[in-house]
Ligand binder design. Sequence first.
Ligand code: VG1
Ligand code: CO
Length: 559
Amino acid sequence: MPAVVTVNTNVYEGQKPGTSGLRKKVKVFLQENYTENFIQSILDANKEAIVGSTLVVGGDGRYLVKEVVDKIIKISAANGVSKLLVGQNGILSTPAVSCIIRKYKTLGGIVLTASHNPGGINNDFGIKFNCSNGGPAPDHTTNEIYALTTAIKQYKIVPDLVVPIDKIGTQTFNIDGRQFTVEVIDSVQDYVAYMKEIFDFSKIKALIQGSEKRRPFNVLIDSMNGVTGPYVKRIFVDELGALERNIRRATPLEDFGGAHPDPNLTYAADLVAAVKNGDYDFGAAFDGDGDRNMIIGRGAFFVTPSDSLAVLANNLQHIPYFQKSGVQGFARSMPTAAAVDRVAAATGREIFEVPTGWKYFGNLMDAGRLSLCGEESFGTGSDHIREKDGLWAALAWLQVIAALGQSVEEILTAHWRQFGRNYFTRYDYEECASDPCNEMMQILEKKITEPGFIGSSHSSGGKTYVVKLADNFSYMDPIDRSVAMKQGLRIIFEDGSRIVLRLSGTGSSGATVRLYIDSYEAKEVLGDAQVMLRPLVAVALQVSRLQEYTGRDAPTVIT
Ligand code: VG1
Ligand code: CO
């Protein structure tokens, strides 16, 4: 009978979860006891509830997932967890974990992913805890996990427990007189069953396959070698009648085939080119762990995530899930352009603006006040689970297209005509030196909160902007009244256009600066965002002195 062993350990500094879990280079996680410390701290943060509990475990298939699943099994067994639901071979997308936690009412889950960050031995790994509502742990829980990592002296493990995870089935063990069960589950089954409840698959299938009167709607779905491959095969090929040539990069690879699994115009340039040059009506790509999505139409017509959210908000009535459950409020993260706010106003619904990170949507959903939300970072989702959901977003778009009988571009153009258009761009300066970036943020905060900044004028390219409001965004959760401070510097101008600057909380080394720019045009619906926003970008660079601090004269990625 395998026995529990208590291992003495030392504290590692810096095990502080960021925007979405602890993300570091694989080599950091490979240090002796580093991963064990963090897992033990997650379990300890759940205190008494852990004994006798059930947890879900899975990840995005990147390098180290299987090894860490094995550690979680051994440490959970030693800490009195009674059951683990583990994805076969350790594979579970982030939305699938959320779905499974909710379906089987478990205490929570541990998600092994660094999401859109590259994978492989020289790249990133991550560990994230999700609570019983299926959502990423809120700040007070991640703060507690972090506090525990700064004081940990021992962890408990069952080193001799051998639990293969390559075959579906249940294995039961006796650990110190207690029963411990590992159930290896089909990675996609529960999720696919849920999608079939939410959407009308027969209508999407008819769209994709076409009929005598209408040619097939040709899709190209790109999993970027991330976790969504098996989900896409099951849903698009087996259920919706798409052909193998309608899907690409659908096998999860430990290093994502060297790709940066982040669905945007830069890192998914391959898909964009394929759609542009091929006979496709629709393209979608997902990130490594399957919670992000990018949607493009024929000719690679790009839908900004902020617009995607607004269009879906305006068309939820076409989705069976919302026909049944009704539509409550909408929400977006602060840097996301406010297109959805106009839909909320027009339809008389509540709208919430929360800090960056999906964890801030959870309370509002649990309280029944939020149905649909999104982030500019290619995240879209609803209260069907508590994570953003890439495949859900693609299916939602296809359901809307099937109902409206219009192309992606026609839908967007009509939307802009009705609501006006929010132009948005984000500049990312990745992996800069940390100190100068921190200094830049401090100095900029001081500058924009000094008396006299409000009302000041800033000009570029023949346009002048007058500051109406400037602050470091803070948010009070309307449900539990918890406060999140310092969530990004905002400069809002008289005409409603905005500059937002924040430091990323998902990078694994150095600092990544994100500069978000948006403006609203009530009438002009045609125009290129990069051209329209050029003067405002110039103002942002002047005011922040970003190029001087980062030493970069151009961003790494523009979206
Ligand atoms: C980024 C995005 C944020 C998103 C987060 C996690 O965070 O900006 O909107 O919620 O990634 O997404 P940051 O702190 O780097 O800006 V994922 O798909 O990496 O879980
Ligand atoms: Co992700």
